[in-house]
Structures are given as structure tokens and as C-alpha cells.
Design a protein around this ligand. Structure first.
Ligand SMILES: Nc1nc2c(ncn2[C@@H]2O[C@H](COP(=O)(O)OP(=O)(O)O)[C@@H](O)[C@H]2O)c(=O)[nH]1
Ligand SMILES: [Mg+2]
Length: 294
């Protein structure tokens, strides 16, 4: 998922759009570092550097530095393509201005619309991870119920199902995977979840299920998606004896949110949680930093 764009020339900011701000790093210091590397690049070459859970993809054209901030875990190839696309579009409109002194008085803000369209072309990969029977398919179905926006799509697959969520998350669209929770499939998760930005750990709020999650799911998630963001769902809160979201969160070491996936009136809450995870407006954990408790 692309989080930010910054465009610089001669140390001045021509354009920037911050969709999900980075609260961990000093952005202006990082931009100084990255843009000084970008300046040394040959025309149309693309390079990148990683800092913590972020990746900075950069390019230099017409003495102008383009820097995209993305989730480190997401697909570098897709973002590289997006970079080519956006620099071409930018040059189509502003090349003449950049070649003269005119750029100093040019308004680059109309580029924002084109930029967000490019962002929307890369689906944000989100994985539902959990044991069979915890409610992953039900959560996918809940998210794909007819909405006011463009139609959401439910796509059955062999290992688990997939949904394309096109409404409610502007400018992002989500590609959400139900990782089949049969034990024999868990080893296959790696192939499906590679380049996932977001993980939703689904539990049925029982003790046995929490130990399965930690024993079987955690090793795969840690190996495959160390930089992804994670929350957990304490599902089936209607059942007698269900552990509270608080207890589930403590035991898993991942903030947990209560849910009843088989109830339509939980749809709004579910979509709000997904949105808040993508925009970093709720508590979450980085997969590689999960500290579990017995
Ligand atoms: N009581 C209750 N049942 C649920 C809830 N969410 C899902 N279920 C049921 O749990 C069963 C397994 O759900 P499913 O989505 O197929 O699980 P999956 O294997 O993780 O995909 C189904 O019968 C669902 O209707 C819930 O919040 N409460
Ligand atoms: Mg299922």
C-alpha cells in the first residue's frame, strides 16, 4: 500500500500527499536523506531503501525527485510500476514548466487527483488468519454484502476465498483473503499472503483456539509477514463462555476487537475496523513485534 508521495526540486516541495501519516519516523529527516540519494540517480532509474516497516521508492527525472512511501511488506514490483506511471503522467502536464524557471510559480496541486487514482490501482492485501470454524468466511461475506458504493466481489478460491472491497476505503481498495484454517493448509499460507500489508487474526474467543493460533499460525505469520500490521477479532461474543476481547488481546499479544460475524448489524463495525486498521486509527501490533502471554 502506498502511504505518501513527496516531490522535490532544488530542495523545494513541489507536491505532497500524505494518505496515512508515518508516526514512527521524523518524515522531514527521512525525506532529506532519500531525496539526496534520489538526486544521484540517472534519469528514469528507480531505487528504494527500507527503514523499519517502511520502504521508500524513489526516482529522479528533470532534476525533480519523486519519493513514494509504502509499507515495506507490500509488493515492490507493483509500486515500481505505479512510480513509472505517475512520473509519466506528471511529465505529460508539467515537463515544460520543469525545463524553465516557470516551475517556481506553477501550481502542482491538480496532480493530486491523478496520484490517488494510481494509488487505487494497487489493491491493499489483507489476510484473515485463523483456524477453521472461527468465522473467516462469514467475515468475508459480511464485508461483501451489498453496499452503497461500487459492487464488492466475492471470489471463491481453492485454498480459501477472496473478496475485492471497492467501497468505503477511499482511495484504497482491499483485496481480502480467507486463509483456509485446516492444519494441512497453514504451510501454504506463505504463498497466498506474501506482500500482505494487513493481517486480521480471527479467533472464536475460546482458550483452545487461542493456543492453536499461537502454536500454528504465529510461526507462519512471523516468517512471512514480519512488517505487516495486525489486529485480532474476538468473534462469537454471543456464545456462552466466550473470552472477552480484552482477555483475547492480552493472550494473543495483539489488540482484539469483539465481533459477531453472523449478525448483519455488525457489518458497519467490521468495515470501520478494517478502515481504521488501514489508516492506523486504532491500536494494532506489528507482526514481528508480537509478544504473547500464556
Ligand atoms: N454463534 C456464532 N456463530 C458464528 C459467528 N460467526 C460465524 N459463526 C458461525 O461459525 C461457523 C464457521 O464459520 P466460517 O465463517 O465458515 O469459519 P471459517 O472456517 O473460519 O471460514 C458458521 O456456522 C458460522 O455461521 C458468531 O459471531 N457467532
Ligand atoms: Mg472458510
Amino acid at each position: 500500500m502506498i502511504r505518501e508521495i513527496h516531490i522535490f526540486k532544488d530542495g523545494q516541495t513541489l507536491f505532497q500527499d500524505v494518505i496515512v501519516p508515518n508516526k514512527d519516523l521524523d518524515t522531514s529527516a527521512v525525506m532529506m536523506l532519500v531525496s539526496s540519494s534520489a538526486k544521484k540517480l540517472q534519469e528514469w532509474k528507480i531505487d528504494s531503501m527500507e527503514i523499519e516497516r517502511y520502504r521508500y521508492v524513489y526516482m529522479n527525472s528533470h532534476g525533480t525527485q519523486f519519493i513514494l512511501t509504502m509499507d515495506r511488506q507490500a509488493s515492490l514490483q507493483k509500486v515500481t510500476e505505479a512510480m513509472m506511471d505517475l512520473v509519466s503522467k506528471f511529465m505529460t502536464v508539467f515537463e515544460n514548466a520543469l525545463e524553465t524557471n516557470e516551475w517556481k510559480s506553477t501550481d502542482f496541486s491538480p496532480f493530486g487527483v491523478g496520484f490517488r487514482k494510481i494509488v487505487a490501482k494497487i489493491p491493499v492485501k489483507m489476510c484473515l488468519a485463523g483456524h477453521g470454524g472461527t468465522g473467516k468466511t462469514t467475515l468475508l461475506e459480511l464485508a461483501t454484502l451489498p453496499s452503497r458504493g461500487p459492487p464488492q466481489e466475492y471470489i471463491p478460491t481453492f485454498f480459501g476465498d477472496k473478496a475485492l472491497l471497492k467501497a468505503d476505503f477511499d482511495p484504497y481498495i482491499f483485496s481480502m483473503f480467507d486463509l483456509g484454517g485446516q492444519d494441512r493448509f497453514v504451510q501454504e499460507w506463505g504463498k497466498i499472503i506474501r506482500s500482505g500489508s494487513l493481517v486480521v487474526i480471527v479467533t472464536d474467543s475460546t482458550k483452545d483456539n487461542l493456543s492453536w493460533t499461537k502454536r500454528v499460525a504465529y510461526p507462519v505469520l512471523r516468517a512471512e509477514l514480519p512488517y505487516a500490521r495486525a489486529i485480532s477479532i474476538a468473534n462469537k461474543q454471543d456464545l456462552k463462555g466466550a473470552l472477552s476481547p480484552d482477555e483475547v488481546g492480552k493472550k494473543l499479544g495483539v489488540p482484539a476487537y469483539g465481533m459477531q460475524a453472523n449478525q448483519r448489524n455488525f457489518r458497519d463495525r467490521w468495515l470501520k475496523l478494517l478502515r481504521a486498521l488501514a489508516f492506523e486509527e486504532i491500536d494494532f501490533t506489528i507482526v514481528g513485534e508480537i509478544v504473547e502471554v500464556d
